[in-house]
Structure formats: C-alpha cells, structure tokens
Design a protein around this ligand. Sequence first.
Ligand code: SF4
Length: 427
Amino acid sequence: MTEDILRVNRLSTRFFTQEGQVNAVDDLDLRIERGEVFGIVGESGSGKSVTARSIVDLIESPGEITDGTIRFNDAELAAAVREDHPGAVDGDFVDLRAVPERLRRSLRGTSFSMIFQDPESSFNPSLTVGEQLAEAVEVQRRASATPRSTRARTKSSEYSLGNFVLSAMLPSRRYVSEESRERAIELLELVGIPDPVERADEYPHEYSGGMLQRAMIAQALAGEPDVLIADEPTTALDVTIQAQILDLLDDLQRETGMTILLITHNLGVVARMCDRVGVMYAGEIVERGTLADVFDDRVHPYTEGLLGSIPDLEGVRGRLDPIPGNVPSLLDAEMGDRCHFADRCPKAMADCLEHPPEYPAAGSEHHQARCVLAEMEYDPARALPEGYFDETERPAADKHAGPEEPEEEPPEERRHPPAETTGGEHQ
Ligand code: SF4
C-alpha cells in the first residue's frame, strides 16, 4: 500500500466578513497518497480553492484557518523540527500548523507548489518570463543549500536588496546565477515551449494563454516540489490547449512521480487525470473514492447531479439535467444543522434533517459518502414535501435575532412616505 504524503484532519477555514462568518471549509478530512493524482471537484463556491490555499498557508485576512491539522510526511523535516517543536511531529509527519510561519513559508516551492487558474495575473509584466523563472530557480536553489531555512533566501549578502539594486545597474553583479538561468531555459523546454532560449527573453504579454500556463507550470516545478497543487489549471484556456496542458501534467507526473492535488469543476478532467476524487459541496467533501467508486457506484445525489449535467457525446441522453437551486452562501448563520444539500436534493427525507456523518459506501475501501443513502434505501414515504425548506427555514438574520419582537407601529412618515422617496428600492 502506498504511504500517505498529506493528511488533513478537521480543517476549518473561516472568513469573517461584515455579513457574518463564512464557513468556506468546514471540518474537512483529506488523505493524499504519495505519487497519486487526487482530484477535488465541485461547483464554484464549494470551497475547493480555499482548501488548496489553506494547505499551502495562503489564506489572507479576513480569512483564517480556525481549526484542524495539516500533516506532511517528510522524514527530513520531521528530524529537523523534532527538537524545537516536539508537539508538531508524529513519526515522519509534521503538522504544518504547529510550526513557525517562517518554516511553512520555506516549504512553498520546495515541498508544495501551486499553479493558479489565471497565469496572466501571476507573472510580473515588467520582467521577462526567463528572468522570473530564473529567479524562482535561484530562490529554490538557495533554499536547498540551507534546507528548511528562509535565512538563505532573504538574509544572505548575495540575495540582499543592495545586491538586487546593484545587479540592475552592473551586469557583473548578477542577481541570479548563470546556472539558474540555464535551468530556467531547461524548464521552459521541459514544459514544451518552442525555442526556449529566445522565448526566455520575451515578456509575459508576448506569450499566448497556453504558453503562459506552461510557463507557470515551469515556475511551479522550479523547486522540484513533492506536492503540486493545480487550481483549475485549464479553466482560462480553450479546449485544445486544455488538452495539451493536461497531457503535460500527466507526463510530468509520470516522469517525476510527484503528487498532484487537482482542483477542478470539470468531471471530465477528473476522469482523465485522477486516481481518486473528492466531491466537494458547501465546504465539505460529500463523497470520496476511486474513480470507479464515484463514477460508477456513486451514492450522493450531488455527485449524481454533477454527472447528470455532463453532455453525453454518444447522444444516449437527451436534455441535460441541471442541479436545481444554488450553492448555499456558506454564512454560518444560514448553514443549519441539516444536510447542506437537502434543499436541492431530490431524495431528501426526514432522516436528512440532521447533519450526516461520512458513512462507508459500497465499492472500494476508499469509498465514503456524507449521505444517509449510504446506510439506507431511499424511502418515498419519508420524503420531505416539495418546498419544505422554503417554509421551514427563516432567513438567517431572523434566526439569530432571538425571539421575534412584536412589530412596532411604523411612524407616521413611514406609513405615508413623501412622494419623492417612494418606489426606490435603495431608499
Ligand atoms: S443526506 Fe439526504 S438530503 Fe443529504 S444528500 Fe443524502 S439523501 Fe440528499
């Protein structure tokens, strides 16, 4: 059996907004094996990207990881931090939330790397692609020279701000080494950029979208990461370029054996790339398993709904069946204690009014579903009547306002507003 490289337990990430607390990721468990491609799939707003960013510690205010552990399997790292942070280490696993931020930052690039959905906003338009890649290589090279330390990256005299300014004025004082420049060109070649030597001297605006996405993959590979997190890596690309980028990721994974966490809303991408998949809804993984589990033996009606909304190229299915309704707002005040999918679920029953745990489901040992249907057959006699939640669930503001106050008689001017203030919805 393959060992786990990452274990996420009870992870919760909240955003504290003016509207209230948003539970973007709620009590999430995730286990990723070394060398596999694990997919997280779901609609926009289900918490996929926040999960990915939580793992690499890229949550910014007003967001915050409020609970849970993120354990990374790295014997060398465990040995290095065991003495200073014994509570963070369990065997070869290190809880990344229990080590200093400086150390977590040093793991970005070397242990974890991320490909973002929009390559155009991820490159600096005023530097050539080659310069930016060489800089990424240089940073990782220095980090590797002094493992687990950010000092080598930020405090050495070679890498100081003064040296950076000097390098801009004096070509003899190079900010990055010749080796890093050569490696940048190799990386461009590795990801299939034609004429990499010439292309390295071009600026991001001279690249097409597909080439820029390849360059971003090259940048992510600069530190030879153990885990590559690809957040919707093909969303901004047309379908032919999407296929090329997926082929590239597939090839790189086979060649390097790295682990990939692939975030996508596209089940076709999952089917093509992944070994196992987690279906995410409202900040939770609601079904997980191998591709066969989730595609052939699915249990959760949300998974069923996602699969039902895919076009059938062989034309067996007629009209697509969209999932009715929208993903919930994830505002804590509106989430309730029931199954979060219940108000959209065609099989909601009285048994779904309590929040279901994850149940083992038929199929492989990996198959689990957060749905009562993993435990019982759908019983139409127990079905909730149509519109049940419209009638029973009051708006969140009402729920948290305590007992209803008796309505006061409106002041005279509200009962008879002046003519110029009537009819405007913002007044
Ligand atoms: S627990 Fe009930 S409401 Fe939720 S997905 Fe399963 S059947 Fe539907």
